[in-house]
Write a protein that binds this ligand. Structure first.
Ligand code: SAJ
Length: 396
């Protein structure tokens, strides 16, 4: 259930390993494209595999579920209001499969979910279908793949599998062992749910530490890149890299699933979110100050290059991107400046007029390096420009 960034690759890899898969999505366009063997997401290597499994009949897509041995919920869990998790997609997908569940079936949630979601879905299932009590296996097994490396990681990453009971864990392990070569670690559903949230929160906290250091260093006149490099020479220190904030729909979202449910107990996690969000506003202020100074000194508005819109290097994904947020904020507050927007990984954008990266770099008086794309690393340092290196291209 769900043919997005995780559901579709999972369906393809399972099909490649001999599982007969029906991929269900509520979007008919996604279903049409998948059945035509056309990949609707960007993921290296996956297009050829899709053609393969569609042609040999092991994967087919549909807008409706049907009878099966195992059901997998792989739909988004965004947040709503004041960062409250929205599990309505998980619930809707669960309700869609309800009529098709039979004794002996396996029901697995992979979607990132607040603690207790698997138990809550089990309650819905068993309230509607009481004859299935004790007769179906229910488990939670979070995905852990890194976009861009999905084919490898789906097979080789370890997985955490938490059943509502031992038999459910066994059934889920039996399924995943068909294509996962990493270890399959057994636990209960609540631990597995919190484990997923913990992994992404841990990374968020570590990045917040690096971002905090970057702001301390800026104030102290110290090069943060050199500092982190030197501190990491300690055998037990491993600091991540600062940037212009944290984006994507995982690390910038999942920690809120902990802080919303356990606000008093999760202060560091909440502060890390606040620090990483603040880092983007800090970058906006730096750019605006540089523009003001330029205008005072040169008696004309500057040409500014905003380098990168994607949420991380070398991808085309702009979801929850701090670089995009910073670019929008700078454009909105500086009407008279000439802002050149650069994103080498996309051809065109409906809001931003894009400029080739080398042309923008050449023309700009102020260069804001927001995303560390490989293309930007080929540019030479220029003393005649104001370069705001938020993502460590020049490490100056
Ligand atoms: N970032 C930094 N500094 C760093 C590393 C990352 O500022 O040193 C920023 C990136 O620029 C980006 C954000 O953090 O804006 C997130 O990027 P990422 O590469 O850390 O992670 P995602 O969001 O692409 O994927 C994460 C992964 N989780 C972990 O590494 C713990 C992935 O394994 C998960 O499957 C994925 O979230 C998910 O779907 O939950």
């Amino acid at each position: 259930m769900g043919l997005g960034y995780i559901g579709l690759p999972t369906a393809i890899i399972a099909a490649k390993h001999g599982v007969k898969v029906v991929g269900v999505d509520i979007n008919p366009e996604v279903v049409r494209l998948t059945n035509e063997g056309k990949l609707h997401i960007v993921e290296p290597g996956l297009q050829d595999l899709l053609v393969n499994v569609v042609e040999n009949g092991s994967l087919r897509a549909s807008t409706q579920p049907e009878d099966a041995d195992a059901f997998f919920i792989v739909v988004p869990t965004p947040f709503k209001g004041d960062h409250e998790p929205d599990v309505s997609y998980v619930e809707n997908a669960t309700r869609m499969v309800l009529p098709y569940l039979k004794p002996g079936n396996l029901f697995v949630i992979e979607s990132t979910s607040p603690v207790g979601t698997t138990e809550a879905m089990a309650q819905i299932i068993l309230a509607e279908r009481p004859e299935l009590v004790g007769k179906i296996h229910i488990a939670y097994c979070p995905e852990r793949v890194l976009p861009g490396n999905v084919i490898y990681e789906l097979v080789h990453n370890d997985r955490v599998i938490g059943g509502l009971d031992e038999a459910s864990t066994d059934a889920a392990i039996a399924f995943y062992s068909q294509f996962v070569e990493g270890k399959l670690h057994r636990t209960n559903s609540r631990t597995a749910e919190l484990c997923k949230l913990t992994e992404n929160s841990s990374r968020d906290v570590q990045i917040a530490f690096a971002n905090e250091l970057s702001m301390v260093c800026d104030q102290a006149g110290i090069n943060v890149w050199e500092l982190i490099n030197l501190a990491n020479k300690h055998p037990r220190v491993n600091i991540l890299q600062p940037g212009c904030g944290v984006g994507g729909h995982c690390i910038a979202v999942d920690p809120y699933f902990i802080t919303a449910a356990f606000p008093k107990q999760s202060r560091i996690i909440a502060q890390a979110r606040a620090t990483n969000n603040y880092k983007a506003s800090w970058c906006v202020e730096k750019i605006k100050n540089a523009m003001l100074r330029f205008e005072l000194n040169h008696k004309r508005p500057p040409v500014v290059a905003m380098m990168g819109l994607a949420f991380k290097p070398n991808i085309d994904d702009l979801r929850e991107s701090p670089a995009k947020r910073i670019t929008t904020a700078v454009m909105q507050s500086c009407n008279n400046a000439n802002i050149l927007v650069v994103e080498p990984n996309i051809k065109e954008h409906k809001v931003f007029k894009l400029t080739p990266y080398d042309e923008a770099y050449e023309k700009a008086d102020i260069v804001a390096l927001l995303t560390a794309h490989n293309e930007f690393k080929t540019l030479p340092w220029r003393d005649d420009k104001v370069i705001l290196d938020f993502c460590g291209i020049f490490k100056k």
